[in-house]
Design a protein around this ligand. Structure first.
Ligand code: NAD
Length: 386
């Protein structure tokens, strides 16, 4: 069928198979151009189909020459509606990586579940023996706990409601938004979904099964951001989960000293992904950030960030961290020259001036690209197999 974008708020409900393949190809080209580094050769990526996880998988494959196992939760096509972008991305990646001589196997299902962990461990035993890197890049709205109860994460503040500006993605207008405070149950649930609990379960299961290599490295991703986003992010319900994620990194490194496991948090840049589009205030900040970073020649997308993470910050096993032991890929974003420009105009930006002060076009270009739309070398009028 002819596939067109159907955008509802911050989500696109269709995805273009050829466009997704194009997106994967472009990311692969980007890593090939960036170069290579010495690094792990057997890598497990959890949350491997979109955003930072997909780019991680591409960077380790083409930068380290690694074989990968990916885990993601994506919807297949039923013949009438398209599959999700992550499903097409994964198919495309497996195909291209396979043609290039790399092992790439993917599991589609609930990464929180015991069954998924068992299936992946079985596969590691059969095909890899052990893994020397585990990337945990899952971003989920909800989680079914082993008890069978399903809990949902919320994007709310902690303490008091917070009012600020946001970009209304339906109209591209600047509107005021009040983010309510989360109650204790919501904070707890957000930590259960987006904190370090499941990362710990994965590492524990891999260790207990004897499939974590000596000196293995594991990574999970976080965000800090500038003061304008603190109430909703760093100090909000998601921030509590990210604190838990950080504490888990310290715990894992200490707990698995016998095999020399190192667990790191990489603090990444704010970027358009399916998850970040859902956070109030953040899309406005991202559009202004893109504008300033592009002007300064410092803009990066997921793949540029992940190339720098794996091929510079972690290259050759020498890990560059801040005083708290975190890898800082938000180093460009947080530069004084970038942040001062945004804070100077933040208070005055409105629906008119955002056209100048923000990069709304850049925001939407990346948004459409995420679903495989907007590539000049893809013929969107053509019938495609979904
Ligand atoms: P994303 O939505 O693009 O990717 C999420 C991935 O998780 C997908 O592969 C999806 O299939 C997978 N997933 C979701 N639920 C799952 C489940 N139940 N089982 C298995 N897989 C599941 O998100 P992203 O923005 O790339 O986020 C990845 C990580 O990076 C998160 O920890 C996020 O907080 C962090 N991060 C994001 C940004 C940003 O601006 N986007 C910035 C810094 C850090």
């Amino acid at each position: 069928m002819v596939v067109e974008p159907k955008v509802k708020g911050f989500i696109c409900t269709t995805a273009h198979p050829k466009g997704c393949e194009e997106s994967v190809r472009r990311q692969i080209e980007c890593t090939k151009k960036f170069g290579k580094a010495e690094g792990p050769k057997k890598v497990l990526v959890i949350g491997s189909s979109t955003g930072y996880g997909l780019s991680s998988r591409i960077a380790v494959t083409y930068g380290y020459g690694a074989d990968t196992i990916g885990v993601a939760f994506e919807r297949e096509s039923n013949g009438k509606r398209t599959a999700t972008a992550g499903w097409y991305n994964t198919k495309a990646f497996e195909k291209i990586a396979g043609e290039d001589g790399y092992y790439a196997k993917s599991f589609n299902g609930d990464g929180f579940s015991r069954e998924m962990k068992d299936d992946v461990i079985q596969c590691i035993k059969e095909d890899f023996g052990k893994v020397d890197m585990v990337v945990y890049s899952m971003a989920a709205p909800r989680r079914t706990l082993p008890s069978g109860t399903t809990v949902s994460s919320v994007l709310k503040t902690v303490g008091e409601p917070f009012t600020n500006k946001t970009l209304d993605l339906r109209t591209n207008e600047i509107k005021e938004v009040t983010v309510p405070e989360a109650d204790e149950d919501e904070i707890k649930a957000t930590i259960q979904v987006m904190g370090g609990g499941d990362w710990r379960d994965w590492i524990m299961s891999l260790y207990d099964a004897g499939v974590l290599a000596e000196g293995a490295v594991t990574l999970a991703y976080s965000y800090i951001g500038p003061v304008v986003t603190h109430a909703i992010y760093k100090d909000g319900s998601i921030g509590q989960a990210k604190k838990h994620l950080y504490d888990t990194s310290v715990e894992l490194t200490n707990k698995y000293k016998d095999i020399g496991l190192k667990a790191y948090i990489s603090v990444n840049k704010a970027l358009v992904t399916q998850s970040s589009a859902a956070i109030p205030i953040v899309p406005l900040y991202i559009s202004m950030l893109y504008k300033v970073m592009k002007e300064k020649g410092l803009h990066e997308g997921c793949i540029e960030q992940m190339n720098r993470l794996f091929l510079e910050k972690l290259a050759g096993g020498v890990v560059q961290t801040d005083e708290a032991g975190r890898i800082r890929l938000d180093d460009y974003e947080m530069k004084e020259e970038i942040q001062s420009r945004i804070s100077e105009v933040w208070d005055s930006v409105d629906s008119e001036s955002i056209k100048e002060l923000g990069d709304i076009k850049g925001y939407w270009d990346e948004f459409y690209n995420m679903f495989g739309f907007g590539y000049d070398n893809v013929d969107y009028s053509e019938d495609v197999e979904i």
